[in-house]
Write a protein that binds this ligand. Structure first.
Ligand code: BES
Ligand code: MN
Ligand code: ZN
Length: 506
């Protein structure tokens, strides 16, 4: 989808040729004497349009309006959240239509903030996303062009630019997450990371079995040993600041399929375990967005990628393995594999002397029970980091919720046969998983995002959400300000580079 931002009065919007014109109508609409304002005012007055977020009214070939169809949509108080609801509703309507070119009119929203423009553009792109990679006859989306009309570019431009970069990241994350496991193997994920390595400021390194063995990643290797599909450890670097600046490390769980291993999962909905690499996909997506937005920061991305399969080589319940940290782990349940691949990545992360380490993982069904699909679970050993991530979740409309890490939760991880067991009882499963990870993150500020409930949707709308790319991007952009409060960009920083076009699809 192509987006364009333009400064247009409502009068000019009326003469803009398009297949559809979507007008966001806020509470307390300020009247104008153009045809669009008159139409909206009349519809409200007659009770045919409610300005509650997402309420719709369609009109066709309206005198004085050049666009073929007009979609009036209520935007409530025009908060970013309500704008998202409004755009979603209007786009749902347009998605099945013939419209190829649409105008999205934000001009009626008073004192438009950059967050509002971002919310509108991101929602518009999200609503029109369709997965086609493994269809034999892909049906391309009809809607190709959206002109975003505002009444002042002053605040809008920054929000618009941010949205465009973010959307590229969200789309890439969705694409890889949605691909079935046989089309998104560890080797293919590594290929996607190498593609990213061609973008400005990004370098990619991929480790195979030999190197992983040499590093002593015994926990990661243990998970991978049941699968015929070879494992990969992916290292991405985004170098947007001076080399001396400590990086933020992002670690994405990359289980490309989770059968549970010998502790096998029930058959129902097991297909959804192709999404067990959504953490990895969010790291790839975040790097895609970083290449566009080019903040003055250093970021490292780590992805331990493998399948979790049963088989004659697979780990067995009760097996004890030695992690890269030297800590021994009794694998009581082979389905608790995410923490096993993540713990070695956490140990590896220390070599970057990171400013902060954030792991992102579809880690526990218990987190889905606790928080559902609304907020991701947030765990952290550092108050300031937790606060920054929470705030990034709020500002990007990609919410998370801070969960506890009391040491008492770790009691159940004690075992007679190793330093730690990989599972505790059923109670508090999201927290005990985080307590396991925390043992490997003692040397740096660390946070863990459990995205098991938020990374994809089940049922009719089954598909990846691209979360938490928006949260991660807002967090990272916030780090630029935190690192350099006075000057926006440092001297040592290389000049902005342009990204080659049409690289979104890997
Ligand atoms: N990938 C799953 C977590 C998961 C389950 C995400 C359902 C989304 C929906 C993870 O590897 C897993 O199997 N976790 C187990 C842990 C248990 C064995 C302690 C779980 O949550 O059941
Ligand atoms: Mn599992
Ligand atoms: Zn898993």
């Amino acid at each position: 989808m192509d987006f364009e931002l333009k400064n247009l009065t409502r009068t000019l919007i009326c003469s803009e040729k398009a297949d559809a014109l979507i007008m966001l109508v806020p509470e307390g609409l300020t009247a104008g004497d153009d045809a669009l304002s008159l139409l909206a005012a009349l519809a409200i007055k007659s009770g045919d349009l409610e300005v509650k977020p997402g309420k719709l009214l369609n009109a066709y070939r309206v005198p004085g309006i050049a666009a073929t169809r007009v979609v009036l949509v209520g935007a409530g108080d025009a908060s970013p959240k309500n704008i998202r609801t409004a755009v979603n509703a209007a786009m749902g309507d347009l998605k099945t239509s013939n419209a190829e070119r649409a105008v999205l009119c934000l001009s009626a929203l008073n004192a438009l903030q950059s967050e509002s423009v971002r919310a509108a553009v991101v929602a518009c792109a999200e609503a029109s996303y369709t997965y086609t990679t493994t269809k034999s006859k892909p049906v391309a989306a009809k809607l190709q062009q959206v002109l975003v009309a505002v009444d002042s570019l002053a605040n809008a431009q920054a929000g618009f630019d941010k949205a465009i970069g973010l959307v590229k990241g969200i789309d890439l994350a969705k694409e890889w997450a949605n691909r079935p496991a046989n089309h998104a193997t560890p080797v293919l994920l590594a290929g996607a990371a190498k593609e990213l390595g061609k973008l400005p400021f990004i370098k990619t390194e991929v480790l195979g079995h030999k190197e992983i063995e040499k590093l002593g990643m015994g926990a990661f290797l243990a998970v991978a040993q049941g699968a015929a599909e070879p494992l990969r450890f992916i290292v991405l670097r985004y170098e947007g600041a001076a080399k001396a600046q400590a990086p933020v490390v992002l670690i994405g769980k990359g289980i490309t399929f989770d059968t549970g291993g010998i502790s096998i999962k029930p058959a129902a909905e097991m297909d959804e375990m192709k999404f067990d690499m959504c953490g990895a996909a969010s790291v790839l997506g975040t790097f895609r967005a970083l290449a566009e937005l080019q903040p003055a920061l250093n970021v490292v991305g780590l992805i331990p990628a493998c399948e979790n399969m049963p088989g004659d080589r697979a780990i067995k319940p009760g097996d004890v393995v030695t992690s890269m940290s030297g800590q021994t782990i009794e694998i009581l349940n082979t389905d608790a594999e995410g923490r096993l691949v993540l713990c070695d990545a956490l140990t590896y992360a220390a070599r970057f002397k990171p400013r902060a380490v954030v792991d992102i993982a579809t880690l526990t069904g218990a987190c889905v029970v606790a928080l559902g699909g609304v907020r991701s679970g947030l765990f952290s050993n550092n108050e300031a980091l937790a606060e920054s991530l929470s705030r990034a979740g709020e500002s990007s409309l990609d919410l998370c919720w801070k969960m506890p890490l009391d040491d008492d939760y770790a009691e159940g991880l004690k075992t007679n046969f190793a330093d730690v067991a990989n599972v505790a009882g059923r109670a508090g499963g999201a927290v005990t998983a985080a307590k396991f990870l925390q043992r490997f993150a003692a040397d740096f500020a660390w946070a863990h995002l459990d995205i098991a409930g938020t990374a994809w949707k089940s049922g009719l709308a089954k598909g990846a959400t691209g979360r938490p790319v928006p949260l991660l991007i807002d967090y990272l952009l916030g780090q630029v300000l935190a690192a350099e409060p006075a000057k926006a960009s440092s001297k040592a920083r290389p000049a902005r580079k342009s990204t080659p076009a049409a690289k979104t699809r890997a």
